[in-house]
Design a protein around this ligand. Sequence first.
Ligand code: ACO
Ligand code: ZN
Length: 281
Amino acid sequence: LREHEEFTKVKNIATIELGRYEIETWYFSPFPPEYNDCTKLFFCEFCLNFMKRKEQLQRHMRKCDLKHPPGDEIYRNGTLSMFEVDGKKNKVYGQNLCYLAKLFLDHKTLYYDVDLFLLYVLCECDDRGCHMVGYFSKEKHSEESYNLACILTLPPYQRKGYGKFLIAFSYELSKKEGKVGTPERPLSDLGLLSYRGYWTRVLLDILKKHKGNISIKELSDMTAIKAEDILSTLQSLELIQYRKGQHVICADPKVLDRHLKAAGRGGLEVDVSKLIWTPYK
Ligand code: ACO
Ligand code: ZN
């Protein structure tokens, strides 16, 4: 019954205002009951508090002193910055981000218990402040080797390579932890497309440069991508043969070139030398 109720919930908030954008929402998000009569919400783009009326937001903006997400800036490259927000230290911000994200995430059970998560908020910065482009969340401790729980690029910023940047970033954190990682399931259609694109590009680049044999384990050690994800990606590219009970990578250069041409843009690069971060303890 509960599941049925979830599926029949009607989208309540149709549009949001966030910074200089007015954005149409995609899905239902369980805002507190006092917002049931609203079809539009006004978000402070920095603290993510939301309000029913424009005048309330204007009043809020005069006194809100945040100009970036509350947390540590762990990466800066040109105008692009990444902030790490601890859900436990910034509960309200974390919950606000969940409400906002759910408007664009369908299948995810969002954890409103944000204590257990770190939030990585990507921003484009200018003289007015750091404007959120997207984010991903990550469990502080994952039993299942998840290195990402939820990922979102806000609609005005989609299809510009930020999604692949966020994915790449999540794997760079895993490399620093010395662990392999994988995104929490299920993936949305757009999530799967983005991951498939990222995995394909990373693996093809290595296979293209590498001389001689290479195993899935070695690829996993180099990339922090979980072996199962490597196997499924290479299988979908038809680069795997099954010989004597073993999966063998068959990287014919001509086949690699064909796939590389089809693989599309690489997305925005993560410059690891600009990442200042130590794993959560
Ligand atoms: N149509 C077709 N392909 C698309 C589209 C689209 N609308 N959007 C992304 N893609 C594919 C493309 O292959 C694209 O690569 P390309 O542009 O080189 O062809 C690739 O995905 C990634 O594109 P990016 O620009 O790097 O990604 P973007 O910034 O658009 O973000 C994301 C991708 C995060 C999945 C975004 O679509 C989003 O926020 N969607 C809503 C929330 C969601 O579904 N999140 C994933 C849930 S699963 C999870 O959280 C573990
Ligand atoms: Zn604010």
